[in-house]
Design a protein around this ligand. Structure first.
Ligand code: ADP
Ligand code: ADP
Ligand code: ZN
Length: 213
């Protein structure tokens, strides 16, 4: 099964994608996580990506597409994957379609996690992330057992550099301009599914499972 998660920054794509990955036994592929891992290791790719991420802008398609195609070509993606944060532009979606079609395969579902902008700003200020294992928490909604420490791996949690309010506003503007058009793109292909992302995260997941079967 090949699934794409759509939604504004902070809509809960990552939270849901991790649960989907666990239940359906497919890898969770997050371009944002790949960039952050590169930033942490100080690679050239990480440096370049960071210059865009810190401004709330998208990393250029050319760079992002290459990384994504390399990732989904790996063996563990043979039986499918859940993409979180890719595609974010129409050209990215077209490249993905082309790559999947070349293998005589298809994307099964594009799930749009719908959350209005005003909820997003509130959510992001409470987000805490583990850069070591990719786990995500929220100081009120999903607190770790021990404050500031990842339950899964013991690493210190961070506030992402791009979760500051000004940057979140810039990311929302980028989203509306460049990523939201993908909703119509996948709707036209007949694979778009909408879920209400303002619900409790377990209810959102139940709605997704009802769609995926
Ligand atoms: P969120 O889950 O909050 O939307 P992500 O971790 O997916 O954030 O992405 C963080 C940042 O990484 C984005 O704001 C953007 O700068 C960059 N990024 C991630 N995925 C892509 C992509 N597919 N295309 C371009 N930039 C991307
Ligand atoms: P995205 O990957 O779309 O940027 P995340 O999955 O990282 O979003 O979620 C953003 C923040 O909101 C995190 O702190 C997360 O714990 C929290 N969160 C996720 N889903 C919900 C929900 N349904 N209700 C309340 N908070 C949520
Ligand atoms: Zn961790």
């Amino acid at each position: 099964m090949k699934i794409i998660m759509l939604g504004a920054p902070g809509a809960g794509k990552g939270t849901q994608a991790k649960q989907i990955a666990a239940k359906y036994n497919i890898p969770h592929v997050s371009t944002g996580d790949i960039f952050r891992a590169n930033i942490k290791e100080g690679t050239a790719l990480g440096m370049e990506a960071k210059s865009y991420m810190d401004k709330g802008q998208l990393v250029p398609d050319e760079l992002t597409v290459k990384i994504l195609l390399d990732r989904v070509a790996k063996d563990d993606c043979k039986n499918g994957y859940v993409l979180d944060g890719f595609p974010r532009t129409i050209p990215q979606a077209e490249v993905l379609d082309e790559a999947v079609t070349k293998l005589s395969e298809k994307i099964d579902y594009a799930i749009n996690v719908d959350v209005p902008d005003e909820n997003i700003i509130r959510r992001m200020s409470g987000r805490r992330a583990c850069v070591k294992c990719g786990a995500t928490y929220h100081i009120v909604n999903v607190p770790p057992k021990k404050e500031g420490i990842c339950d899964a791996c013991g690493e210190a949690l961070i506030v992402r550099d791009d979760d500051k309010e000004e940057t979140v506003k810039a990311r929302l503007a980028t989203y509306h301009e460049q990523t939201q058009p993908l909703i119509d793109y996948y709707s036209a292909k007949g694979i778009l599914k909408e879920v209400d992302g303002t619900k409790d995260m377990n209810d959102v997941f139940a709605d997704i499972v009802a769609i995926l079967g």
